[in-house]
Design a protein around this ligand. Structure first.
Ligand SMILES: Cc1cc2nc3c(=O)[nH]c(=O)nc-3n(C[C@H](O)[C@H](O)[C@H](O)COP(=O)(O)OP(=O)(O)OC[C@H]3O[C@@H](n4cnc5c(N)ncnc54)[C@H](O)[C@@H]3O)c2cc1C
Length: 381
């Protein structure tokens, strides 16, 4: 029995294996090209939907294939076998864009948006961050003014994953003056007149994913696209952050696992001074430290996911797990590059990609420092 087996049941293993098989067949052979070109074919969304992958974590009643936090982690573990975090997070942007619609949207919104997105027919993105407001979410300025049966939206959003080709933006807008009470979610179709999407932003990592700046100029959105009423944005956003941060923690320990796997293999093959470099005590100990940090991070993320699935309130622990797993991804992938020597600095190696992809994890979905502020508040400090 493996160390982590007591967290898993057969259904979870099946999700992981299904995603792994899909990723090894449909992503890995093309990952280098897609990373280089900064994009991947749109039809992959439909293929992933047909394999039941896009629906993981969403109830069958809205078009999903069921499951909770542990199932989401299984999906991430499997999909990361495609060797491109960028592809995995692009396919996964619905995981942060749909929950507010499903939690608070009416049946019409769910039918119009959630079902086609889960079927891979529409692409959805979550648009919170603005050029002037990232960590300080309550500082957003994109405004939505009611005008009859419509809202008129003006402003801009920044760093939006899947934003270049999204059909739907779950957008945080300002509908009132109160910093927290005056924000709301609006479902905005990118085909609406006045929505302008930038070219893909050039990034350090996650290169196959498209990331956009989006401008809204007098965009008219049906009032029926308001999600959960005016002023309902903040609580929905806070809830959404929990699953987003847990997912990023998942990408963290999986990144570390993959980097460790690569480093172990290379250390056994690469010869120096007449022996494999893995036979030097410094390398051996480095690999042991990498493995120890990875197991610690994975154990913590599994534990938090299991508690979430059991219905427990885990805001503090989710923030802790995100920080631990993100730091582990950064440090383990850094060490893996070191073990690869000069080759680890080359685009042709997977550890080079993993080390770039890891860097966003302590930044996206709430920075390392913001996680510490949340933890401090929860500890009463
Ligand atoms: C590749 C990528 C994909 C992304 N995808 C999305 C997406 O799909 N949707 C979306 O809405 N956003 C997305 N983002 C945005 C991301 O969530 C933000 O970049 C992140 O929240 C940080 O905001 P910021 O960049 O404005 O940094 P800032 O908030 O300006 O922070 C800059 C620095 O100041 C620190 N800081 C700020 N406030 C405090 C404080 N109170 N105490 C201590 N330190 C503080 C931060 O920790 C950070 O180190 C993405 C970003 C990237 C790079």
């Amino acid at each position: 029995m493996g160390f982590f087996d007591n967290f898993l049941d057969d259904e979870m293993r099946l999700i992981r294996d299904t995603c792994k098989t899909f990723a090894e067949r449909e992503i890995a052979p093309f990952a280098d090209d897609w990373e280089r070109n900064g994009t991947f074919p749109r039809e992959l969304y439909k293929k992933a939907a047909a394999a039941g992958i896009l629906g993981v974590g969403f109830a069958a009643s809205v078009g999903g294939s069921g499951g909770g936090a542990m199932q989401m982690l299984m999906m991430i573990e499997g999909m990361m076998r495609g060797r491109s975090t960028g592809v995995a997070v692009s396919l996964g942007s619905l995981g942060i864009a749909l929950p507010p619609i499903i939690a608070a949207g009416d049946r019409a919104l769910i039918d119009r948006y959630a079902r086609p997105v889960l079927a891979g027919e529409m692409i959805a993105a979550l648009a919170i961050t603005e050029p002037g407001a990232g960590s300080d979410v309550a500082g957003i300025r994109t405004s939505a003014h009611r005008d009859g049966d419509e809202y008129v939206v003006n402003g801009s959003k920044m760093f939006i994953t899947s934003g270049v080709r999204a059909d739907l933006l779950t957008t945080l807008v300002r509908t009132g003056d109160d910093p927290h009470g005056g924000v709301s979610f609006l479902a905005i179709e990118t085909s609406s007149p006045g929505v302008q999407v930038s070219r893909p932003l050039e990034k350090h990592g996650w290169c196959a994913s498209d990331t956009a700046e989006i401008f809204f100029q007098n965009v008219r959105v049906p009032a029926a696209n308001l999600i959960g009423g005016e002023g309902a944005g903040f609580p929905l956003l806070m809830r959404n952050f929990q699953s987003e941060r847990l997912a990023l923690a998942g990408y963290g320990y999986v990144t570390a696992e993959l980097a460790l796997e690569e480093a172990r293999r290379y250390a056994a093959e690469r010869m120096a001074f007449g022996r494999p470099i893995g036979k030097f005590q410094t390398t051996r100990h480095k690999i042991v430290d990498m493995a120890t940090r990875t197991v610690a991070a994975k154990t913590m993320v599994y534990q938090v996911a299991s508690r979430l699935d059991a219905g427990e309130y885990c805001v503090r622990e989710v923030s802790m797990a995100k920080n631990v797993a993100a730091e582990t991804a950064v440090s383990v992938s850094y060490d893996a590059v070191q073990i690869f020597g000069g080759l680890g600095y080359m685009r042709e190696t997977f550890v080079e990609r993993l080390s770039r992809d890891a860097r966003i994890l302590p930044i996206g979905g709430g920075t390392q420092e913001i996680m510490k502020e949340i933890i401090a508040k929860a500890m009463g400090l």
